[in-house]
Design a protein around this ligand. Structure first.
Ligand code: SF4
Ligand code: SF4
Length: 204
């Protein structure tokens, strides 16, 4: 399920994401999540720069912190996995219309990138994932994850999506005991979205 608001963190300073990771580490010790999120949002003028109102900005930061915390706590288990899948969001494709040359397998369901555009984020992520030995799926929605995981046997999963989708996916993985890592979108909106390719590289 998407947020009820759009956000674009691509112009926020990189140190915001560094500090976010540090707050997530501290949260493991102190669990003072609310304070950490508010301080971060204020320090980096999140509302001012993104146009989000304060409650939405806080919700977004809290979700990003939760995802970091989850990544850290799952990292060791994930590193030990062999057979892995990478789930990419269809909304990060360069084109969302007939110019996208991806094929769609309705039996999964998932797109498979046709590599029409070298500068497409999904193309680059697909190539990287396949090079690292992942089965790569470009999903039309988070609800497809469960079906794919029932059909295919994986030990580890990496998901790229907006933070709310990732949190729901994380619960689903926990229920079936799979180790996962997540890369949140820095720009949502269900079209022309983006994520940090560098963050994905580090996780893969
Ligand atoms: S590179 Fe792949 S995902 Fe991107 S627009 Fe082309 S076919 Fe679609
Ligand atoms: S922003 Fe992308 S990942 Fe999030 S709900 Fe929309 S389509 Fe799905």
């Amino acid at each position: 399920m998407p947020y009820g608001f759009s956000f674009d963190l691509s112009s926020i300073s990189k140190s915001f994401f560094r500090e976010l990771a540090m707050v997530a580490q501290r949260r493991k010790l102190h669990r003072r999540l609310g304070v950490g999120a508010r301080n971060l949002a204020e320090k980096f003028r999140l509302s001012e720069i993104t146009g989000l109102d304060v409650p939405d900005a806080l919700l977004l930061v809290e979700d990003l912190i939760d995802i970091h915390v989850q990544n850290v706590s799952e990292k060791e288990r994930f590193t030990e996995t062999q057979k892995r899948a990478l789930f990419l969001p269809h909304c990060s494709r360069k084109y969302m219309d007939s110019r996208c040359q991806a094929t769609f397998d309705s039996s999964l369901p998932s797109y498979q990138c046709g590599h029409c555009s070298p500068d497409c984020l999904v193309n680059r992520a697909t190539a990287l994932g396949e090079k690292k030995g992942y089965d790569v799926y470009v999903l039309p929605g988070g609800s497809c994850v469960q079906g794919i995981l029932k059909k295919k046997q994986y030990e580890g999963v990496v998901g790229v999506a907006c933070s709310q989708e990732l949190k729901m996916g994380g619960h689903c993985l926990q229920n079936i005991g799979l180790a996962g890592q997540a890369v949140p979108l820095v720009k949502n909106g269900c079209a022309n979205t983006s994520f940090s390719f560098r963050s994905l590289e580090k996780i893969l």
